[in-house]
Ligand binder design. Structure first.
Ligand code: COA
Length: 321
């Protein structure tokens, strides 16, 4: 049996860090309000020349280096983003060209904040069926470019960044490492609660993020607890077996509520929302890379990813490192 093992990770952030205090000089908000309601203290905002592809390329290069592989040997790139460089072609093809692995498979997936979970499950399926052997799964976003900077209810919540993992097909008896189970969902009836009010086929503009935050919050806690229960049940493992929960970093209060509902020790939850804010599809791989590089996540650990985003879409994966 083939398993897809994570053999490396990398991440990238724009140069400019914007604190809540700095934001409060431009928008009618305060550090106190943002910290109390979301746990966010700062975010990184892309400047001139920094794009979804440039961040993705940096994260991907670091992931290949971390895995100790030549980027030319990558035969599959799946990039999750809601903020591509261009409407087409896929931003993944820019990454492919920069890495010099032209000729393999490269495409984007659009599942907003759950994008990395959708990309990971897709890459896992493709590796297990033999379509590819060595994949890069990337989440990269420049959400700052689709924010309405006059809307204080959304613009304080998001940031830019990228995270990437190398996923390699291996015989499952090598060391037991790999994706154990994944579960994905979508509910198109909830479109109006979180969406962008533009697009090539409707307004011929990029549009801005619109959100009914309170309702999103309510759905997030219910959907995430459900999908996390599913991946555990499918694997025959329990929450007590999980070493690290790496959740989508939207809001510290959602993280707390989900951890409570699951019954996991808050010390086992990786939190980076204070530093990165919500980086949409980049948030899970960014948090994962942070916890791997600071030594928390180690070989052999059981790690659970989860995310929920516009659509709604939501998903989870259970991985043995
Ligand atoms: N600064 C100061 N005040 C703000 C503000 C800001 N940035 N944004 C909103 N407010 C005000 C509102 O105008 C409102 O004022 P009012 O009572 O005078 O009308 C008040 O704060 C409360 O607003 P409300 O939207 O009810 O706050 P909330 O407690 O629900 O918190 C969110 C707002 C967005 C932080 C919260 O709903 C949330 O986190 N939702 C989930 C969002 C999310 O994670 N989305 C991404 C999923 S991928």
């Amino acid at each position: 049996m083939i398993r897809s093992a994570i053999t490396g990770s990398g991440s990238a952030l724009p140069q400019r860090c914007v604190s809540n205090e700095e934001l409060a000089r431009q928008v009618d908000t305060s550090d106190e309000w943002i910290v109390e309601r979301t746990g966010i203290r700062q975010r990184y905002i892309a400047g001139e020349g920094e794009t979804t592809s440039s961040l993705a390329i940096e994260a991907a290069r670091k992931a290949c280096e971390d895995a100790g592989i030549d980027s030319k040997s990558i035969d599959l790139i799946i990039l999750a983003t809601a903020t591509p460089d261009n409407t087409f072609p896929a931003t993944a093809t820019r990454v492919q060209d920069a890495l010099g692995c032209n000729g393999g498979i490269a495409f984007d997936v659009a599942a907003v904040c759950s994008g990395f979970l959708y990309a990971l499950a897709t890459a896992d399926s493709m590796l297990r069926t033999g379509m590819a052997k060595r994949a890069l799964v990337i989440g990269s976003e420049t959400f700052s470019r689709i924010l309405d900077w006059e809307d204080r209810t959304t613009c304080v919540l998001f940031g830019d960044g990228a995270g990437a993992v190398v996923l390699e097909a291996r015989e499952s008896d090598t060391d037991g490492a790999g994706v154990i189970s994944s579960s994905l969902h979508a509910d198109g009836a909830q479109h109006e609660l979180l969406y962008v009010d533009g697009g090539p086929s409707t307004t011929q503009t990029v549009g801005h993020v619109r959100m009914r935050g309170r309702e999103v919050f309510r759905h997030a806690v219910v959907n995430l607890a459900q999908v996390l229960g599913e991946v555990l049940e499918e694997s025959g493992l329990s929450i007590a077996d999980v070493d690290w929960l790496v959740p989508h970093q939207a809001n510290a209060r959602i993280l707390d509520a989900t951890a409570r509902k699951l019954g996991i020790d808050p010390e086992r939850v990786v939190v980076t929302v204070d530093r990165h804010a919500n980086t949409s599809a980049a948030s899970v791989p960014l948090a994962f890379d942070t916890a791997r590089k600071d030594g928390r996540i180690k070989p052999g650990d059981l790690v659970m990813f989860e995310a929920m985003g516009g659509g709604f879409t939501w998903g989870a994966s259970l991985i043995r490192m």
